[in-house]
Design a protein around this ligand. Structure first.
Ligand code: CA
Length: 246
């Protein structure tokens, strides 16, 4: 199962350390930013599944960061919890008006914050915490980690499983090798872009083992997607063709 990413936007180093420790213990992937501009850059690079956003930040306030995150399509619906040292009701109202989903006053209880993060993630993306994904005749059970096609079990390695889950949550969208590396392998892990091709080949082979249409599209110079529509005539090759051609 792909770990949800939580972005911490906070300028207080000791609090960042504590938040990171607790979030990682909960099984989340963590990105962090010390100010608002950095937060927007990091959110572009690795769109988070939830954001912990400090109110008082250097240069750009947490409110402004919240507004800007809400303007971008990738983060329009991301759950945001505002962290604030202030306690006035007006601040709370203002925070919720700019589009924060929740709000906690410092100092807060870490278990309570973790519970709220989990609750927001469950509401925002039920398919990422647990559940079943369907695409064409393929069924992915994320709880039992089982994959079947037309009722027959398919065995996938852990990377192929994460790749298929990533595609099945975003059918029809083409992803470059770099985007797949960043999202499926993680931004901190260095592997050759060619590694993606190897795992796509394995995934395709496993999915097609018992027949059925090839749902993985290889789009030359662009990347990969899953799709059931007829591919256009030009600009497409199977990845085997592509490797042979290179
Ligand atoms: Ca602060």
């Amino acid at each position: 199962m792909m770990k949800p990413t939580v972005m911490i936007v906070e300028d207080e180093a000791s609090l960042v350390t504590m938040l990171r420790y607790n979030l990682e213990k909960e099984g989340f992937r963590v990105t962090e930013a010390g100010d608002g501009e950095e937060a927007l850059t990091i959110a572009d690079e690795t769109p988070p599944d939830a954001v912990l956003l400090d109110w008082m930040l250097p240069r750009m306030s947490g409110i402004e960061v919240c507004r800007q995150l809400r303007r971008k399509s990738e983060t329009r619906n991301v759950p945001i919890i505002m962290l604030t040292a202030r306690n006035e009701e007006t601040d709370k109202v203002r925070g919720l008006n700019v589009g924060a989903d929740d709000y906690m006053t410092k100092p807060f209880s870490m278990p309570e914050l973790m519970a709220r993060v989990r609750a927001l993630l469950r509401r925002a993306k039920p398919s990422q915490t647990k559940g079943v994904l369907n695409f064409s005749d393929i069924v992915m059970d994320l709880d039992s980690h089982r994959v079947s096609r037309a009722g027959k079990n398919i065995h996938l390695g852990p990377t192929e499983f994460r790749l298929l889950q990533f595609f099945m949550e975003r059918p029809g969208t083409v992803f470059s090798r770099e985007e797949l590396l960043n999202s499926v392998w993680g931004p901190d892990i260095y592997v050759e872009p060619r590694t993606v091709d190897v795992h796509i080949r394995r995934l395709r082979k496993a999915l097609n083992e018992n027949g059925g249409a090839d749902i993985i599209r290889t789009v030359r110079a662009a990347g990969y997607s899953i799709d059931t529509s007829e591919p256009p005539d030009s600009g497409e090759l199977t990845d085997e063709d592509q490797v042979a051609a290179e």
